[in-house]
Design a protein around this ligand. Structure first.
Ligand code: AMP
Length: 287
């Protein structure tokens, strides 16, 4: 595996690969790898000839009171893990190369960013789409792989790619969970052992939604209120949102059907965690 820092070197490498007739899959990340990231890398390897993993903690997608400065970072560990997965390139651009002092452009997807995490974290998705647009232009991938854990992000990036006519296939990977069901996240490292225990209310909620859906339950309001009870049974956990939305346009659903997604965001102690469940899908641990 080669590690590339300068943007121009990255694009030169991609141009050579493309000229040779090979395909590139990109896995954008903010690093501090866990099994979720590694699963995306493995899927990318199955889908294209060469795999680029980008590692960039994107300041533009963090709000002023969010955890940018304490976001976990360990490049040496990440390099070893990516090399073990036999990715071709670990692309680690610098902040100043991505955002020059006079950088003044934003890429913004309307409407589906007004809800869920977009509503709770103003400017977050504009930060995501701006950096992903830049990564697409620098790396020139044929395929880009994203996790369904961040299902709104996956929807927003798919929409941006279609709307801007990029010839890039956006592929989603199912949520990878720890053995107890907690969706893997770099932010799980913030949790104390007590908070880690409390955070299992997310997986319990997902399992509850599956049971309800499988039994033909269709009342979204009632399901949300049952899930609120499951979550708030844990002192120290608060609800950011509990929503049932259409998986395509992210509008609220009153009647649950197979096109519905339960989307959850909770705060455990100081840590914001998200999870979701596509009605009718499996909830078993896919690690
Ligand atoms: P991050 O480094 O947290 O920005 O995540 C990079 C990519 O990995 C995103 O596409 C995430 O959706 C994906 N990802 C993170 N955690 C998981 C997980 N537990 N399961 C599947 N994909 C994940």
């Amino acid at each position: 595996m080669q590690t590339i820092h300068p943007l121009a070197d990255m694009t030169r490498w991609s141009n050579e690969v493309i000229a040779s007739g090979s395909t590139i899959a990109l896995v954008p990340t903010m690093g501090y790898f866990h099994e979720g990231h590694l699963s995306l890398m493995r899927l990318a390897k199955c889908l294209a000839d060469r795999v680029v993993v980008s590692l960039f903690v994107n300041s533009l997608q963090f709000g002023p009171s969010e955890d940018l400065s304490r976001y976990p970072r360990d490049l040496a560990r990440d390099s070893r893990m990516a090399a073990d997965e036999k990715v071709d390139i670990l692309f680690v651009p610098t902040e100043t190369e991505i955002y020059a002092l006079d950088f003044n452009t934003r890429v913004s997807v309307c409407s589906i960013t007004d809800t869920l995490c977009g509503k709770q974290r103003p400017g977050h998705f504009e930060g995501v789409t701006t950096v992903v647009a830049k990564l697409f232009n620098i790396v020139k991938p044929h395929i880009a792989v994203f996790g369904q854990k961040d299902f709104q992000q996956l929807s927003v990036i798919s929409k941006m790619t279609r709307d801007l006519n990029w010839d890039i296939e956006i592929v989603g990977h199912p949520i990878v969970r720890a053995e107890d069901g907690l969706a893997m996240s770099s932010r799980n490292t913030y949790l104390s052992s007590e908070e880690r225990e409390q955070s299992l209310c997310l997986y319990k909620s997902v399992q509850h939604a599956k049971t309800r859906f499988d039994n033909g339950f269709t009342d979204a309001e009632l399901l949300k209120s049952e899930i609120r009870d499951i979550i708030l049974a844990n002192s120290g956990v608060s609800v950011d949102y509990i929503s049932v939305v259409d998986k395509d346009n992210l509008s609220d659903k009153e009647v649950i059907d197979s096109n519905s997604v339960l989307a959850l965001a909770v705060i455990v102690g100081q840590t914001r965690l998200i999870d979701n469940y596509f009605m009718g899908s499996d909830t078993e641990i896919s690690k």
